[in-house]
Design a protein around this ligand. Structure first.
Ligand code: NAG
Length: 462
């Protein structure tokens, strides 16, 4: 299935409703480009500031594809945007909660927009983050509208959230099945609970994953979730384009130019995403660990996002004295927004030290880069199990039950060397490369994920 003709589209309009956190904004942006490539009109709905955030941080997407998306901001009441606390023992981004609470007020303006759209189109299809379910719930009162949930986490992690230990009996023998303790604070469970009932109104689920690597877990979810409701799951990932567009700015290209000068697979890329702030002490240990490993590194050192990333100052984390000067031949510290997919795709990159957010995982799997997993919160401990124990393309930096302790430089040095310079690391890298080839094929015409995407588009344009 390629681009649909006007008749096939039959005037179906698609509305994307992301959750206000970078990893979620990003994935629905990628999905918008993908769905719009079938010739369907796609609107991307969020607050003005979060649309701006999603747009300035576009990575790897073709600007011409992004230009086809209709961005529509719906108002959100003012919200507090406190800085993250790097000293907190919980790494969950609690500073984002006021923005998430404010998003609940978008229900009425969204309903008004939906009504307007329902007059323009034969059918309106809402694709929303599960944590926006309460906002889009008026879909049920519009006769020609239907909704689908887009899940920003893998099926493997989802099985834990839906029924703790659902995997226990049926799936692989995992080393240990931890509880959800420490992953998500109580207050956030309350927020999730607000969405529980409206989430049930959806007609189906989309996952940014591939059946070739997640079949047992998707099967479990299908059985558990459908419960006689005939709700289908489409596993359409990875949704990042196979052909990456180059970064638009010179500062981003600077990192790639540095990588150009390194040997193949010699560099470890270090980044903990947009929701983690490390303490000064942890940053110091990490810096010394990287230095002592003598492995080349590209380290993105940024503070976690605030609810409004455009407001106020951002902490500039301090590195040990003289560090950048000492390591200038072996490493590069990046404080700007980094073109992560392009970095992972670069032939000099041979490993990724990651918090294991799903975006980072699926990008790393797609590019064949093995992971040194350092999970921080939410689905990340599960994603770590998936990547290290199920896919066997990574090793663990520190066990989850040690999460409140500082990881010392000696431990970091050891894990970096294990991944980058040992025979074991070489095996893991080979495995990662095989997985990447599998995923690449899956998104090509006739591949597993592409067929499911075709089937989803055929379904919504029926
Ligand atoms: C975190 O702790 C360090 C050391 O105790 C202190 O210097 C710093 O001000 C604290 N940072 C914040 C944001 O509380």
């Amino acid at each position: 299935m390629g681009r649909l003709s006007n008749e096939e589209c039959g005037e179906v309009g698609v509305i994307m409703v992301p959750f206000a956190a970078q990893g979620h904004l990003n994935q629905l942006m990628q999905l918008s480009c993908l769905i719009s490539s079938y010739g369907l009109p796609v609107s991307y709905i969020s607050s003005a500031t979060h649309i701006r955030q999603a747009r300035v941080r576009v990575n790897a997407l073709n600007p011409l594809d992004v230009a086809k998306i209709h961005f529509h901001d719906i108002p959100m009441p003012p919200f507090a945007s406190p800085p993250p606390d790097p000293n907190s023992s919980s790494k969950f981004p609690e500073q984002l909660q006021p923005a998430w609470d404010a998003s609940l007020a978008q229900r009425q303006p969204f309903a008004a927009y939906l009504r307007e759209m329902s007059h323009k189109f034969r059918r309106v299809v809402v694709v929303h983050d599960p944590m926006m379910s309460a906002v889009v719930q008026d879909v049920t009162s519009i006769h020609n509208a239907e909704s689908y949930a887009f899940n920003c986490i893998p099926a493997f992690a989802q099985t834990f959230f839906i029924g703790e230990g659902l995997l226990d009996s049926s799936a692989e023998r995992l080393k240990e099945l931890q509880s959800l303790e420490g992953c998500i604070p109580e207050k956030v469970f309350e927020f999730v609970a607000v969405h529980a009932e409206p989430l049930g109104y959806r007609a189906g689920d989309l996952y940014n994953t591939c059946r070739l690597i997640e079949a047992p877990y998707l099967d479990l979810l299908e059985k558990e979730e459908t419960g006689g409701k005939n709700r289908k799951i489409w596993a359409i990932g990875p949704i990042l384009p196979t052909k990456l567009s180059s970064p638009a700015t010179a500062s981003q290209n600077k990192f790639l130019e540095w990588l150009d000068q390194q040997d193949p697979k010699s560099v470890i890329y270090v980044s903990f995403g947009t929701t983690v702030s490390l303490s000064d002490e942890q940053i110091k240990e990490l810096a010394l660990g990287l230095e002592q490993s003598k492995v080349k590194f590209l380290w993105v050192l940024r503070d976690a996002d605030k609810g409004d990333i455009f407001e106020g100052d951002v902490r500039r984390a301090e590195l040990p004295e003289g560090f950048e000067e000492r390591v200038k031949e072996v490493g590069m510290v990046v404080r700007d927004w980094a073109p992560q997919p392009e970095i992972l795709a670069h032939e000099s990159t041979g490993g990724f030290m990651s918090h294991c957010g799903w975006n980072s995982c699926i990008e790393s799997i797609s590019m064949g880069v093995p992971i040194a997993a350092w999970p921080m919160h939410s689905d990340q401990p599960r994603n770590t199990m998936f990547v290290t124990q199920v896919l066997k393309m990574g090793i663990v930096v520190r066990e989850w039950d040690q999460r409140t302790e500082i990881v010392r430089a000696s431990a970091i040095e050891k894990v970096v060397r294990r991944l980058m310079t040992s025979e074991e690391g070489e095996e893991i890298r080979k495995r990662a490369e095989e997985l990447a080839a599998t995923l690449r094929q899956a998104t090509e015409p006739g591949g597993a994920s592409r067929l499911e995407l075709d089937s989803f588009v055929a379904h919504i344009t029926r």
